[in-house]
Design a protein. Sequence first.
Lengths: 274, 994
Amino acid sequence: MTKAKALVITGNGTNCEMEAAHACRLGGFDEARIAHIAELLTGEVSLDDYHFLNLTGGFLDGDDLGSAKAQANRLRYAAVEGKEERLVDQITRFIADGKLILGVCNGFQLLVKMGMLPALSGNYLNQTVTLTYNECGRFQDRWCYLKVDADSPSLYTKGIEGGVYLPVRHGEGKFLVDDARTLDAIEAKHLAVLKYSDVNYSAPTMEFPENPNGSINAIAGICDETGRIMGLMPHPEAFVHRTQHPRWTREELPEEGEGLIFFKNAAKYVKENF
Amino acid sequence: MPHRIEITLKDEVRDPRGERIKREIGHFLHLDVAEVRTIDVYTVDAELSADELAQAAAGPFSDPVIQDYSIDKPAAASFDFLVEVGFRAGVTDNVGRTAKEAIGYLLGRQLAAGEGVYTSVQYLLSGKLTQADAEKIATGLLCNTLIQRYQILDAATFKAQGGVAPFVPKVQGEAKVEVNTVNLEVSDEELMRISRDGVLALTLDEMKIIQAHYRDEKVREERVKVGLSTAPTDVELEALAQTWSEHCKHKIFSADVTYEDGEGNTEKINSLFKSYIQKTTADVRAAQGDKDYCLSVFKDNAGVIKFNDDWSLVFKVETHNSPSALDPYGGALTGIVGVNRDPFGTGKGAKLIFNTDVFCFADPFYEKELPKRLLHPRRIYEGVVEGVEHGGNKSGIPTVNGSLVFDERFAGKPLVFCGTAGLMPAAIAGEASHVKKIVPGDLIVMTGGRIGKDGIHGATFSSEELNENSPVSAVQIGDPITQKRMFDFLIRARDKALYRFITDNGAGGLSSSIGEMSEECGGCELDLSKAPLKYPGLAPWEILISEAQERMSLAVPPEQIDEFMEMAKRYGVEATVLGTFTDSGIFHMLYGEKTVAYLPLSFMHAGLPPMQIPARWEKPVHEEPKLEVSGDYTGDVKALLSSLNICSKESVVRRYDHEVQGGSVVKPFTGVDNDGPSDAAVVRPVLDSFEGVVVGHGICPRYSDIDAYDMAANAIDEGLRNYVAVGGSLDLVAGLDNFCWCDPVLSDRTPDGPYKMAQLVRANKALYDYCTFFSMPLISGKDSMKNDFYDGTTKISIPPTLLFSVIGKMEDARLAVTMDVKRAGDQVYLLGATGNELGASEYLVQKGFVGNNVPKVDAAAALATYRAYGAALNAGLVASCHDLSDGGLAVAAAESAFAGGFGIELDLAKVSFKGDGKSDVVLLFSESASRLLVTVRPERAEAFEKAMAGTAFAKIGAVTEEPTLKVKGLSGGVVVNAANAELKAAWQAPLKDL
């Protein structure tokens, strides 16, 4: 069987690389490499050697031009040393090869601002949605109930019943679209995988703090039409063991945290398809 | 020609930043504004084609989904007043720096030297406003004129002049790299003028020591040989002032103190630091023998203890009070990113695992007149909170523990404590990683940010009281991303053993870091002209003492330098070889070929006789209040829950990422609704292990109004109590002391110096007494001794404050206990005895008194309680535990109840009591030390009582299904009766909207 290999990119302000790699290993990846962006730009590490790309949380370039904007610009223009290609070319090839990308928080912001989500009609370099300042005007670290769309093509959420409980930790998580058609298409194609909801996962909510940022249609995470590229504001890698849950000392919880399924599903997909 | 790119939000998009400003204008300036909209402005000072400008505007500078851009054409419309705020020349502009880099990627070439991008923000104000209102909004809220500039245009003027003209805040460098000599053969008055005018903060005695040095014939001979005159250069004088500053030299803690104890006894103390702090650790370590877990204490940037065989734990807490008083945002931001460099620069370098922060402010709702130059406490609050938010969050370090303390006297100077812990492998490449050395011949390398005029005289200025003329250059803004990039690189270089020694550039800049490093090997030779500058025109002395942020100094062996430099380049980190470490005994600075400073290390680092400071203790006597007896204290409980010191700080804490890195076990908030206040934090720094790091702290400045000895004792006990409550082990625990004092040195301005010094002596005595008893070594600390404001008429001195931080280990984090009650029917126990100790309590302060009966810490009783409780916790017998501090039993019970979503019924008659003066008020609100409120499942009650046997404790009630706090008084009647919801609402209200 193929060795399932995950890559976590770090550098320029990425912060969650350790726990993302840890979650990949727990989820069943045989290898989880943390690579600095410098190692990709010098060609020491090539995306082609991996199956699962993790773009994790952080503050790329301090989110100075708006979250992840500067990195989106860098990836688009920066060339890989000694090769006739830019980093963005490696990424689009990675997608074309049927491989997996999960963007969490700052990684989601990056995917969106590069145009890789929702990538309607398979156009991966055209921005149609964005993530901007929370409606409350403040950074928020709090746990949220996320209703899962069971009909979504996302491979990461397969098997989740109802929803998942995960932390959000962001100042710019408000999901917005360029026009109504984009939103209609996202909904019609079930690309809005996760929505902020009430505790019973019965309905999406626009109420603060359950919806911590005021996202349109309470959208917390979306995928592309293949279900292989997904981005979400909440942090699945932050809940892989029960002691990470804010109420683990008072509730009877299973050993495994609810976020781990994202990584297990990814590992399973890789092992079945490569 | 510079170009303006303006970024506006599309009409239908909400502007949360504008909305927040509108709210703050209302709240804070009591002005009613109809609407505030904001525009981001990039002033691009570079040769770009129209096409390239458009690419930048449409690409990295704007978000096509929600924003529009406009180039060299004003975008602002429909407003009454426009305020544009940008940085002053030379102030760090992080967004501008990132924008410049982004253009570089876009063009495939870097911008030329001197070219740049500068940011500003336009605030469009609509509403019935006058020019004076707009001025008030600009200076009172939008702009800190120390570091920012602003302009105000009304709509008509804006239209008439066709928008805002481009302005480039570039430092205009006059290329004056000259070195001056300073004639010290002058009168004493003139010597003091030199010190004062130069912000050198040197005393007359110190100036005379310097004068004597330069009169020494042998010194003169040596100087002539290297081409220097006999008078000191400005570079030398600045280096000495920095090295000898209170901030760096801790002269007060090293002084000879004559202490009169108020009972006729006089004691000579040679150095508080040696006599109490160092001695505490030495005595604890000696007593621990082969169980000693200290690895590196008091000699490096942070303390190091053993975590397990593979990892060592590093911790440091710093203050950044003076800069935060002047520019709260920048001061606090540099405070947190500055303390990050301490553990990172300890040993061979540590990975940073969490931050802690404690802020002491005046009431943010303060309504009285303030002396000129003091910022309103609300602005300080907002700025400090935001600065630490950006510094911590952007660096990817969770902020896991902290508190906010309020007292009117902190209007004079806020206290901003920032702590950072790190983890380092016990050994790297076969060598213990907590030790490091320098070999003569190693190269002096500086990495990270460039040097500017920012932060000049920080070390000396913070060694004086804040006054109207405090230098603006002492203020600076941190850049967490430049630092993060540097750390990403250096930690990899560490693991490849590419350097031998690392330390940070903090207060005093290169002068301090290279000065201290030179002591390791015996000298240095450094060329200041090689240092990378933000802009030309810095004099050599400025390069030497600039405190420009985000820099580390290293010793790199010559054989590793190529690999080190090549790796730095790959990681986008600037690294520069500045010189060589030597064993010449000389701190030798050159500028090009020319010697500009030639100071014997022996003189720099040991040339100072101790200060002589008198200390005289006189126990203050306060009015002893006669408290009215009432049948119902429910109102008092609610009032206490709504006091600033007790109320919920959730609106601040949620702004800090406390979970990044994935190791969070006990979070700041807990309970059924995730909103009960945790006592301490538990973190798993190694994700595939369940070993936990536990961190807590104690701080109770109010008690200093009665006796600083008890203030310190209670701070230590509170820190340890919080730590123990969640599950911290007494077998691997250490303390850090941060003293923030008002000036205790007798002078014309400080006639009560001897009393303040006596307070300091007493606090130190408590530190020794309790920490040795608790077997808790002190591993690091800091003092900040000039926390006064004085403008010639008004003097505001902070209450003497000790922040005592406690760090240690719990073997299995899965045994951690939180403060929320867990289920109805559980038994409620109060551990520790309560006494008539309402002195300086939150309760008395609310009633307008101080009183005299300050809580006394009984170390033996405390330790017995903590040991027994720890054993019960490890046996899994404890359901919840909450420490009793401000507000006493009533507040702790209310918090535990509403956090858990169940009620609590208590009977005050059952409480274990010590001494006289038992009453309902005392039982409810006394702040007697070393007490914990514990709940236990009924089936474990017997085992729990057995575990606690021999300590003072009592079963005082039970957890109830009905969510109500019900307390029976001594006479049998109900004296507190309130629904959880009411109590919680009272507790959450005060700071909810801040």
